[in-house]
Ligand binder design. Structure first.
Ligand SMILES: Cc1cc2nc3c(=O)[nH]c(=O)nc-3n(C[C@H](O)[C@H](O)[C@H](O)COP(=O)(O)OP(=O)(O)OC[C@H]3O[C@@H](n4cnc5c(N)ncnc54)[C@H](O)[C@@H]3O)c2cc1C
Length: 481
C-alpha cells in the first residue's frame, strides 16, 4: 500500500465523507495526507465574507485533524501532483466538483497526475443526488423544478456514513496560513465599485463542522416545526441558516435530510424544507447540463432585453448596494448583506427584483455583488436565484410577475421589525408609515423626523413597472422576428 492524498475543496468536514473513507481504505497503515490548496483563481473572485469564513473553517478542520492539514498555495494542477509525488501517493481522492471552474480544474489535475502514473479519484459530490444523475425516461435533463424534485426524491440517497474511524493523518501544515486568505481575496472588482465596502461583515456564523451541527440542531429543535409559514417572515429566525455550511461542505445535505427524516414523521414543514434543499440540487443539475447558464440570459427572447448602462445606472447600482434606495425592504436586505454576508431569502428576491425591474440594471451586475458579499455565495444557487427573479432563467418566475416591494413588506414584515433592525434611520417610525405605498419619505417632502437622513425612493415603482413591461414586450417582439 501507499499513502493517499485527500484534497479538500467544498467538503470541509470529517463526518460522512465518502472520499475520506475511500482514501483511508486505500492507504491502510500508510496514512492519509489531507490538503487544501489556496488557489488565487478562486480567492481573487471570493469576497471578504467567504474568505474569512473559509479561513475560520480551515482552522477548525486543522484542529480536528490534530494540526495536520497541509496547506499549499498555487495552481492546483502543479501543487497537487507535486504533493502526491513528494509523499509517494498513488491516488488523490476528492469529492467531485461539477461546476464549470471545478470541472475544468479537475480535468487539468487529473491529466497532470496521469502523466506521473497517478490518479484522481472522484468520490461523491456535495449533493444528495449527484448532478447529472436525475433524468427523464428519455434521458433528457429536467428543465422544470417540480418534476425534477419528484424524480430526485424517487432516486433517493444513501444514509450518512457512520461516524469515521480514527484517521491516520500524516504531514503537517506548511507553506501557507489561512489568515493570508483574507488578504488575497476579492481583488477582482469592477471599476465602478470603487467606493463600495471591501471589508468582511461584522457578524459571521460560527465556523466548521461544529458550527454546522449546532445550526442544524437549533433548527430541528426549533424553526423546523413552523418552517412552512415562518420561512417567509423576514423579521423572524424562521429558516435554518445552513447555507454557508452547505456551501463549504461543513455538513452534507445527506446528513441534513437524514436528521429531518429522523426528527418526526413527514409534515408540511419537513416537506417544504426538503423541497428547498431540492432547489439547491436542481440548480446544480441545471448548471451541470448548461454551464453557460451561469452567465447567459436564458428565457426565450429575453437576450434582447435592454439594460441601462453608464454613469446614472452605475450610481443607481451603488445606491442599491449600499441600501440607500429609499425603499425600506430593499435597503434592509442590502444592509443585512453588508452587515452579515447573509440575507433572508424573501429579501434576496425583493432586492433582486428591484435591481432588475425597477432600476433596469443587468441581473449579472446584482448577481456579482451578491457573490462578492455573500458568505453562502454559490454559483449555481446565486446565478439561478437571480435568473429566477429576473424572469430570465430556466423555470423562472414569468417576467411580468414584478414584486411590489411595499406590498411585500406589508405581507412579510408585518410589524416592520426587519426594516427597523437594519435601517437605523427608520427605527422610530410607525409601522403604517414604514409600509406607505411609495415609500416612507414621499418625493419632495421633508423627511419624517424619525427618518432623518433616509432618502426618498430613487425611482417610482409604478412607473418603472410599466417601463420594465414595455422593455419586456420589445425584447419578445425582437426575439420573435
Ligand atoms: C437572488 C438570490 C440569490 C441567491 N443566492 C444564493 C447563494 O449564493 N447561495 C445559496 O446557498 N442560496 C442562494 N439563494 C437561495 C436562498 O436565498 C438561500 O439558500 C437561503 O436564503 C439560505 O438560508 P437558509 O440556509 O436559512 O435557508 P433554508 O430556508 O433553511 O433552506 C435550507 C437550504 O436549502 C437551500 N435553499 C433554500 N432555498 C433555496 C433556493 N431558493 N435556491 C437554492 N437553494 C435553496 C439552501 O442550501 C438552504 O441552506 C439565493 C436566492 C435568491 C433569490
Amino acid at each position: 500500500m501507499a499513502p493517499s492524498v485527500l484534497w479538500f475543496r467544498r467538503d470541509l468536514r470529517l463526518a460522512d465523507h465518502p472520499a475520506l473513507d475511500a482514501a483511508r481504505r486505500a492507504s491502510g497503515a500508510d496514512g492519509v495526507y489531507g490538503c487544501f490548496v489556496l488557489d488565487d483563481e478562486l480567492l481573487t473572485r471570493s469576497g471578504p465574507a467567504r474568505a474569512q469564513f473559509l479561513a475560520a473553517c480551515l482552522e477548525r478542520l486543522d484542529d480536528d485533524m490534530g494540526g495536520r492539514l497541509v496547506l499549499r498555495s498555487g495552481r492546483p494542477e502543479e501543487v497537487v501532483p507535486a504533493l502526491a509525488a513528494e509523499v509517494g501517493a498513488e491516488a488523490v481522492f476528492v469529492t467531485g466538483d461539477t461546476a464549470p471552474y471545478g470541472t475544468a480544474r479537475d480535468a487539468r489535475v487529473d491529466g497532470a497526475l496521469g502523466r506521473d502514473g497517478r490518479r484522481l479519484e472522484r468520490v461523491g459530490t456535495p449533493y444528495a443526488v449527484d448532478p447529472g444523475s436525475v433524468a427523464k425516461s428519455s434521458g433528457e435533463p429536467y428543465r422544470v423544478f417540480t418534476p425534477f424534485r419528484r424524480a430526485w426524491e424517487a432516486l433517493g440517497w444513501p444514509p450518512p456514513l457512520p461516524a469515521p474511524e480514527q484517521v491516520d493523518w500524516r504531514g503537517a501544515r506548511s507553506n501557507a496560513n489561512p489568515g493570508g486568505i483574507v488578504a488575497r481575496s476579492g481583488s477582482r472588482r469592477p471599476r465602478f465599485w470603487e467606493d463600495l465596502p471591501a471589508d468582511a461583515p461584522a457578524s459571521m456564523p460560527a465556523p466548521g463542522e461544529e458550527g454546522a451541527h449546532a445550526a442544524l440542531e437549533r433548527f430541528v429543535d426549533g424553526g423546523l416545526g413552523d418552517y412552512a409559514e415562518a420561512r417567509n417572515l423576514v423579521g423572524q429566525e424562521g429558516s435554518s441558516r445552513l447555507s454557508p455550511y452547505l456551501r463549504f461542505g461543513c455538513i452534507h445535505p445527506r446528513q441534513v435530510l437524514s436528521s429531518i427524516a429522523g426528527a418526526e414523521k413527514a409534515t408540511k414543514d419537513t416537506d417544504v424544507f426538503r423541497s428547498e434543499l431540492a432547489w439547491r440540487e436542481f440548480y446544480a443539475d441545471v448548471l451541470f447540463h448548461q454551464p453557460e447558464s451561469a452567465r447567459s440570459t436564458f428565457g426565450p427572447g429575453l437576450v434582447h432585453l435592454r439594460w441601462d448602462e453608464g454613469p446614472v445606472a452605475e450610481d443607481r447600482f451603488r445606491r442599491w448596494a449600499l441600501g440607500q434606495t429609499g425603499v425600506p425592504l430593499v435597503d434592509a436586505g442590502m444592509r443585512q448583506l453588508l452587515a452579515e454576508g447573509w440575507v433572508h431569502n424573501r429579501a434576496r428576491m425583493v432586492a433582486a427584483s428591484f435591481l432588475v425591474k425597477d432600476l433596469h440594471l443587468d441581473w449579472r451586475w446584482g448577481a456579482r455583488w451578491f457573490m462578492y458579499r455573500l458568505v453562502d455565495g454559490d454559483l449555481a444557487s446565486n446565478q439561478h436565484g437571480w435568473q429566477w427573479t429576473a424572469g430570465t432563467g430556466t423555470d423562472a418566475a414569468p417576467f411580468h410577475r414584478i414584486f411590489n416591494p411595499f406590498l411585500q413588506a406589508e405581507r412579510f414584515d408585518p410589524d416592520g421589525a426587519y426594516v427597523r433592525r437594519y435601517v437605523a434611520e427608520l427605527d422610530g417610525m410607525a409601522t403604517k408609515d414604514l409600509h406607505a405605498p411609495g415609500g416612507p419619505v414621499a418625493p419632495g417632502q421633508l423627511a419624517f423626523d424619525g427618518a432623518s437622513g433616509y432618502p426618498e425612493p430613487i425611482v417610482d415603482h409604478g412607473r418603472e413597472r410599466h417601463e420594465a413591461l414595455a422593455r419586456f414586450e420589445a425584447a419578445r417582439t425582437r426575439g420573435e422576428r
